[in-house]
Ligand binder design. Sequence first.
Ligand code: GDP
Length: 453
Amino acid sequence: MTDTFDVRTDADPSDEETLVKPVVAVVGRPNVGKSSLVNRIIGRREAVVEDVPGVTRDRVAYDAAWQGREFTLVDTGGWETSVSGLAAMVARQAEYAAETADVILFVVDATVGITDTDEAVTRVLRATKRPVVLAANKVDGPMSDSDALELWNLGVGEPFAVSALHGRGTGDLLDALLEAMPGEAPRESLEEEGGPRRVALIGRPNVGKSSLLNRLAGEDRVVVDSVAGTTRDAVDELVELGGKTWKFIDTAGIRRRFRALQGADYYATMRTGTALERAEVAVVLLDVSEPLAEQDIRVVEQVVESGRALVLAFNKWDLLDEDRRYYLEKEIDRQLARVSWAPRVNISAATGRHVERLVPAIETGLAGWDTRISTGRLNTWVKELVAATPPPVRGGKQPKILFATQADSRPPHIVLFTTGFLEDNYRRFIERRLREDFGFEGTPVKVSMRIRE
Ligand code: GDP
């Protein structure tokens, strides 16, 4: 296994396909009403704390949604204050925004009109390839034709007249933002939400999959979930466990009577990938009576790569003697260290020992897999972490983490927006700390960066 086994970082700053949730950066000179507009868009949920006098406005990123589409809203006001001159400062912020955002929300103050600073910002924005949506704020009545014309003349498209204070026009503005966002990233076609959760029971031949399934579901169970009207040959079984119904994926690939027809080993190997695709959580069965094999590790790796939750079930525990137990622990330490976050159960399919512990382990894995951390909470956390342990200097420069957002769950995917490359070690450190503070038990976590060099 490589060093980057579970921290798959996308060091390529152009790799934006990985980000499911688009980023909208709010740009504009001070006092045009950026924060009010941010508050209006997010419904004042997260920004409330910042209205308290004396609390510095250091939070920059917020979770927002419109018409069911989620996005991250970023207020660039706090960045790069060392640059002297208002125009230069705002231009730098615009530049940052252009590098990190999918869409730029450019705010001007319609009661003041276009200033030199606005024009400086416009030049920066036009030079970028990012779509820009222009908001003319503080418009409480209809806009005059001459005002509208002046705004059109900025050359960044249609001006949307809004009142952040009263909410006027913000619906149209949000519609325009939505339209400017990159197309919805294709989500993996997980099956119907809300149904029984889907479990893949996998492992190399003879680890005891069939025995465990028999123990859980019963030997003579009829196949119950063949999907009518499809040609899909995978057959699932609904199994009642711990008071809940679970869908075990592709049990035809596990059950002996089917395997006899297909050739056991071939069948087992070929089916793992497709079973994982349809599952939410994988229970990897390992045989403790034999040394962990290369093939065992490969199956575990396959689960991590597929981004599914993972439970390790050590089977045939009834065959374990003291001697073997010693070696087993060594093997686990050596070969499974990278998935130390996976819940473990020691079971015997033959005797039924501790089989009931599978369900809580599966539930733990799924809970980690489902975890969502709000952007606000994540950024407070990142800020504290970076203050205590800043990223190492690289090429004479100290990379900054501008903000972080959880772009996706199932599995959790954290994106760090940075001003420079973060070393592998530091990203692993972040992942470790994420796991310490937020759990993520039983799930792979993806930590990637978007860099503004
Ligand atoms: P599969 O290929 O992963 O489905 O493995 P099987 O369920 O066919 O089991 C392979 C062999 O291991 C069979 O002979 C089982 O009886 C045996 N076996 C499975 N689980 C246990 C267990 O917990 N203890 C013992 N002693 N034997 C087991």
